[in-house]
Write a protein that binds this ligand. Structure first.
Ligand SMILES: *Cc1c(COP(=O)(O)O)cnc(C)c1O
Ligand code: SF4
Length: 388
């Protein structure tokens, strides 16, 4: 048995352990266990600093999960968009391929808790029909392995899947969605990396939500994957009491870049049953994004998205940067809330006009981009007035 597998065996998972370690009332612990089992491996457990901290909230069952009756089991309608078991086909050219039900840690906010941890619901029996589906749909050029966590498979099993996918000519890229670099970085071994290398282009998306998850171990894991030639991206979920403030997100994004991980998505928490207590307002998310763009490296900025309920896919939400737009021009505000006008262009006309000079405030070095006045982002209707 590999060390990471041994660590998994030592996870906190039983009702007795929940009662003893986290002081949960026994009957609540039993109900929570029935609702969505716990699995907290010793590594992730060691990251907890105090009860109720951002790490604790992500992994320790909470009675608030039981108070959330009317949310959805499957908010993203993944099951209805599943043409064959284990596949969700929502977008024209790519599919989600669930290859295991198991994870290195069970996240209390998980959107897929209706299936995760249950090998009847994400079954190995479905693999063959999934391969056949991908094989017979030549429009599929991108396959995203998910679950559960694909790195819960042994290297041998995972390689069988990768090998099989690589035999399908129209599959151009393979992605691996895995939380292991964050929750059980010991899973990233030299042996795994040298196996993965053979199946490029292979992209990895991992899932860090808080700066405390960036440790020497997780840093090493991400850098090993990058050294193996895998571009590593990160998806985070915005969650109350975990990371719902600009400083935390900024620190997380900057620290990810330091370990060679590129922030990819920041999600609004899904309307998943048992996860209502994690949800923040959309405004909180927009304010966080507003405090990233311009204030730190563009590389540190993820797309802020809502995964549309009902299966509409990921839809980006931006702070309001466009204050006014007509046939002639666009009026924009920058990260400091200074306003700039860019003259629009009618396609096909010969003159390319420069950005208009409205009033030179002398602070930009080249005299082209001019400040008009300061605004606060929420005064948009009044701003339309500056256009003459
Ligand atoms: C997120 C997701 C994808 C991938 O989306 P990208 O924007 O390409 O990263 C594909 N299929 C499903 C069902 C998804 O949920
Ligand atoms: S690792 Fe992913 S699939 Fe597994 S419990 Fe966490 S969010 Fe759900």
């Amino acid at each position: 048995m590999e060390p990471w597998q041994q660590m998994l065996r030592e996870s906190v998972h039983s009702v007795d352990q929940l009662v003893e370690k986290f002081n949960l009332d026994r009957s609540i612990a039993q109900q929570l266990d029935r609702f969505f089992q716990a699995r907290i491996n010793p590594y992730y457990l060691s990251l907890i600093r105090y009860p109720g901290d951002p790490i604790w909230r992500q992994c320790v069952p909470d009675r608030a999960e039981l108070e959330d009756y009317d949310a959805f089991e499957d908010p993203l309608n993944e099951d209805a968009m599943s043409p064959v078991p284990n596949i969700t086909h929502r977008y024209p050219d790519r599919v989600l391929f669930l290859v295991t039900s198991q994870c290195g840690m069970y996240c209390r906010f998980c959107t897929r808790k209706r299936k995760v941890g249950n090998s009847d619901k994400i079954s190995m029996k479905g693999l063959e029909s999934a391969f056949n589906y991908i094989q017979s749909h030549s429009e599929i050029r991108d396959v995203i392995l998910s679950g559960g966590d694909p790195l819960m498979l042994t290297d041998y099993m995972l390689e069988k899947i990768l090998m099989r996918l690589r035999k399908i000519e129209h599959v151009e890229i393979i992605r691996l969605g895995t939380k292991m670099p964050c929750v059980l970085p010991q899973r990233i071994t030299p042996k795994l990396c040298s196996m993965l290398k053979k199946y490029h282009p292979l992209y990895i998306n991992t899932h860090f939500n808080h700066p405390w998850e960036i440790t020497p171990e997780s840093s090493r894991a991400c850098q090993m994957l990058a050294d193996a030639g895998c571009p590593v991206g990160n998806q985070s979920v915005l969650m109350k009491g975990v990371n719902d403030d600009p400083d935390t997100i900024k620190e997380l994004m900057q620290k990810l870049l330091k370990i060679r991980v590129k922030p990819y998505y920041l999600y609004m928490a899904d309307e998943t049953k048992g996860a209502n207590h994690f949800r923040t307002s959309i405004r909180t998310g927009i304010e966080i994004m507003d405090k990233l763009r311009g204030h730190t490296s563009g590389l540190a900025i993820p797309y802020f998205v809502i995964d549309a309920p009902g299966g509409g896919g990921k839809i980006p939400i931006l702070p309001e940067y466009v204050l006014h737009h007509d046939d002639e021009k666009i009026v924009l505000r920058n990260y400091k809330n200074d306003i700039y006008v860019y003259k629009d262009m009618k396609d096909g006309k010969e003159t390319v006009r420069k950005v208009d000079v409205i009033e030179n405030n002398g602070n930009n070095g080249n005299g082209k981009h001019e400040k008009i006045e300061k605004v606060t982002p929420h005064h948009i209707p009044e701003l339309a007035i500056i256009d003459n």
